[in-house]
Design a protein around this ligand. Structure first.
Ligand SMILES: Nc1nc2c(c(=O)[nH]1)N[C@H]1C(S)=C(S)[C@@H](COP(=O)(O)OP(=O)(O)OC[C@H]3O[C@@H](n4cnc5c(=O)[nH]c(N)nc54)[C@H](O)[C@@H]3O)O[C@H]1N2
Ligand SMILES: Nc1nc2c(c(=O)[nH]1)N[C@H]1C(S)=C(S)[C@@H](COP(=O)(O)OP(=O)(O)OC[C@H]3O[C@@H](n4cnc5c(=O)[nH]c(N)nc54)[C@H](O)[C@@H]3O)O[C@H]1N2
Ligand code: SF4
Ligand SMILES: [Mo]
Length: 737
């Protein structure tokens, strides 16, 4: 037979690159290149994507389930799960089973389609996800401002003339909450067309180096800087009300910003007043501008305030929902007619710390409290799906210890790693090449409207369930029936079609659900569900109503390299669902939280060292360290610090520094560098692979240290419950040799 070529979307990060895979007779991926014909990524690929073949063929990937450490058949494994969960539920109730859903679940087709069903079937309030270690502040900000926590505007990178970027390093991360293959190229293009890119970051990152201007900011102080920008726009009468009659709270925000003159925040932020003022003026003057804040601004004590002020600035400068500004993507699979309830939080609270529910989940920062604290409702069992909280959660060292005390744990995960070593049962999903893909989560955040379906390129071996089937089966087990997982898809299809046909404004309003059911794609049930979503979506065929519209069959057969659905279009009307029907520029909960900023301005400034994170191009959170190609070169777990601070401590490159915080201590290798501002140290996360009982040989050899042994689970952004990873107070010392 010889080599063959196959195409698919890279599932590793948010950039959605198209890949061209070469496979040999045995179905081994022998080469990975960028897919030149992908209309969005146009052949772009990064070093991670290029190793998809190694990941696919990693000998440490689990080929079969593990039950109590022993290889087991699938039926046996599911039976162990059924029994384990049933015992705990019977003795301790439904809330005693917690679920943790991790990052790769947002990059799969199975996660978004089946994760929710598991939680619903369990009927537990104890849902935790990586979102509260990541972007939850953005959901809360958008929930209150636009009514929908998923209505997240993205910078219109390809048409903007001015980008103010805070706490993001797309040259390493390839972008986040703004899916843009070749983000670096798109930044260069802004400069090439005469625009300006400004980066605000406590480190002079590669992104900062590429930008026209870089502002060093003291960690955790973005909210003061952003407030001062708002202040300046109002004080200098530079506000553009481009959405007259559609925005509430303009005067409230003006009043709120009065106290934040640039001079007042200069010391706190480390950014001179005249620079803040100039930044505001440039933003206001730019023809098309966008403010964009990412993880550096979310994983801080003021995460929600930051996320809110970023979009408040987009509104104040007239750039929300307009070309070249901050725009709402229109994903092909999401119906625009659906009925949405205005956003609220706190519908229930966590048992131990009383933290409010947000988006149906509780902060991962308090998962450990729920496991450790005895009493009615204590978490006794845990289901993890594509997550490694034993490394990724704040104070993960404490969580790691707590996981050992669970009565029952099941993990859906390809690796036996720091988290899954605690699981009684591991259910491994198949290799990427055996897995279909459609990016449900990320096409909703893409800087162009775009759709691509990648069928599996290698068939599943007999008896091996897809990840979709694994999750559907878990949902059936959780519901107490353990029936055929197909019944779950049927239920979802039936109820979706019933709702769509009943809802005025839907393209199938008034039609017969049964008739539509018969029209669905003939592929797997996952594919039938995707077909249904695309056909009901804004570009869909409406089940024949628009014969030229999109179906899964059409996407697959006519657009195997992906379908470009055009530049972002203004669509505020479609997304807005606040009670008032207007953009809420100054929600009262946010205004109240500004009190913390006032208090901090009054408090004496501390000058201790603070810790922040960073990402590396050749890494991905905790789980690509098992690929030999990726644990070389620049991808190293070092403690970066300014040479001044290194000198004061008397350490040089390669020596050990002991980092201590309220929660613990790590010994890290010093890397003095001018790129980090004085007073700040930076350690990447996802390392610390030296634990016993894992099966990741390469990672074990390149263990690194776990930064989350020193981050603090007690510190959260109160409005979103998000973890605080940036601005963690630490002390540094040289350990005795
Ligand atoms: N190669 C690679 N790509 C990834 C990942 C990975 O691990 N490796 N992870 C993926 C994931 S899960 C995510 S969420 C995205 C994240 O994508 P990005 O948000 O682009 O993530 P980072 O590269 O960590 O960039 C965050 C920046 O914030 C800065 N920062 C820290 N504290 C502060 C602060 O207080 N204020 C400001 N203004 N900046 C601050 C840091 O120095 C850092 O440069 O990346 C994704 N892509
Ligand atoms: N200090 C500090 N901590 C951080 C961050 C930080 O910047 N600083 N960043 C935070 C952020 S943004 C995030 S998103 C979280 C990530 O936190 P997590 O999601 O908890 O951790 P990951 O490291 O992404 O772990 C992914 C897990 O999924 C498994 N996996 C890989 N592919 C698949 C698949 O196809 N299916 C399934 N079922 N499993 C799969 C891997 O083996 C691994 O166990 O970390 C957070 N933690
Ligand atoms: S940038 Fe992201 S999506 Fe593109 S190849 Fe690299 S890891 Fe894959
Ligand atoms: Mo993330």
């Amino acid at each position: 037979m010889g080599d063959r070529t196959a195409f698919r979307t890279c599932p590793l990060c948010e950039a959605l690159c198209g890949l061209e895979l070469t496979l040999d007779d045995a179905g081994t991926v022998t080469r990975v290149r960028g897919d030149e014909k992908d209309p969005f990524s146009k052949g772009f690929i990064c070093p991670k994507g290029a190793t998809l073949g190694s990941l696919d063929g990693d000998p440490d990937r689990l080929a079969e389930p593990l039950v109590n450490g022993e290889t087991a058949g699938w039926d046996e494994a599911f039976e162990a799960v059924r029994k384990g969960l049933a015992d705990v539920i019977e003795r301790h109730g439904r809330d005693s089973v917690a679920v943790y859903i991790g990052n790769p679940t947002a990059h799969s087709i199975a996660g978004p389609l089946y994760g929710g069903a598991i939680v619903k079937a369990l009927g537990t309030r104890n849902l935790f996800t990586a979102s509260t270690a990541d972007q939850m502040p953005k959901h809360v900000a958008c929930g209150h401002m636009f009514g929908d926590p998923l209505a997240i505007p993205v910078p219109d990178l390809d048409r903007t003339g001015h980008l103010l970027m805070l706490g993001a390093n797309p040259l390493e991360s390839n972008g986040s909450l703004a899916s843009a293959p070749d983000f670096p190229g798109r930044l260069k293009a802004i400069k090439a067309r005469g625009g300006k890119v400004t980066v605000v970051d406590p480190r002079r990152t590669r992104t900062a180096a590429l930008a026209d201007e870089h502002l060093f900011i003291k960690p955790g102080t973005d909210a003061f800087f952003l407030m001062a920008l708002v202040h300046t726009l109002f004080a200098e009468d530079r506000v553009t009300d481009r959405l007259p009659g559609r925005v509430n709270g303009l005067d409230d925000l003006r009043a709120l910003a009065v106290d934040f003159a640039p001079e007042r925040v200069a010391d706190v932020t480390g950014i001179p007043a005249d620079v803040i003022r100039r930044t505001a003026r440039e933003l206001a003057a730019a023809d098309r501008a966008a403010v964009y804040g990412r993880i550096g601004t979310c994983t801080q004590a003021y995460g929600t305030l930051n996320s809110w002020l970023v979009d408040a600035l987009n509104v104040l400068t007239g750039n929300l929902d307009r070309e070249g500004g901050a725009m709402f993507p229109r994903p092909a699979h999401a119906p625009v007619y659906r009925r949405r309830k205005p956003f609220t939080t706190g519908r229930w609270r966590s048992r131990v710390r009383g933290l409010p529910e947000v988006n149906g989940e509780l902060p991962v920062a308090t998962l450990v409290d729920e496991i450790e604290t005895a009493g009615e409702g204590q978490v006794k069992a845990l289901i993890t799906i594509g997550g490694n909280p034993a490394l990724s959660a704040p104070n993960a060292a404490r969580l790691d210890r707590a996981l050992a005390g669970l009565v029952f744990m099941v993990s859906v995960d390809p690796y036996l790693n720091e988290t899954t070593r605690h699981a009684n049962v591991i259910l491994p999903p198949p290799r990427p090449a055996q897995t279909p893909h459609y990016d449900i989560a990320l096409t909703g955040l893409a800087v162009r409207d775009y759709a691509r379906y990648s069928p599996p390129v290698v068939p599943l071996p007999d008896g091996r369930p897809s990840e979709a089937v694994v999750l559907a089966r878990l949902a059936m087990i959780a519901s107490g029936t353990d029936g055929d997982p197909a019944a779950l898809d049927e239920l979802i299809i039936t109820s979706t079609l019933a709702k769509a046909t009943a809802l005025p404004g839907s393209p199938v309003h008034g039609r017969e659900p049964d008739e539509l059911r018969k029209m669905l794609d003939t592929g797997t049930l996952t594919e039938q569900r995707l077909d249904m979503m695309l056909r009901l979506g804004p570009y869909g065929d409406g089940f024949g109503a628009d014969p030229s519209g999109l179906t899964l069959t059409r996407l697959r057969t006519e657009h195997p390299h992906g379908l470009d659905l055009g530049a972002l279009k203004p669509r505020l009307d479609e997304v807005l669902c606040t009670t008032s029907g207007r953009v809420e520029l100054c929600p009262s909960t946010f205004a109240a939280d500004v009190d913390r900023l006032h208090a901090a301005l009054r408090a004496p400034q501390t000058d201790g060292m603070v810790l922040i994170g960073r990402r590396h191009l050749r890494s991905n959170n905790s789980w690509l360290h098992n690929l030999p190609e990726l644990v070389r070169g620049s991808n190293v777990c070092t403690l970066q610090l300014n040479p001044q601070d290194a000198e004061r401590l008397g350490v040089t490159a390669g020596e050990t520094i002991r980092v201590t915080s309220r929660t613990g201590t790590v010994d890290a290798i010093a890397e003095p560098t001018e790129t980090v501002m004085p007073g700040v140290v930076s350690l990447p996360h996802g390392w610390g692979h030296d634990r016993p009982g894992t099966r990741t040989a390469v990672a074990h050899e390149h263990a690194g240290v776990n930064v989350n042994a020193v981050t603090d689970e007690q510190e959260i952004d109160p409005l979103s419950g998000n973890a605080v990873f940036n601005g963690v107070p630490v002390t540094l010392a040289v350990p005795p040799r």
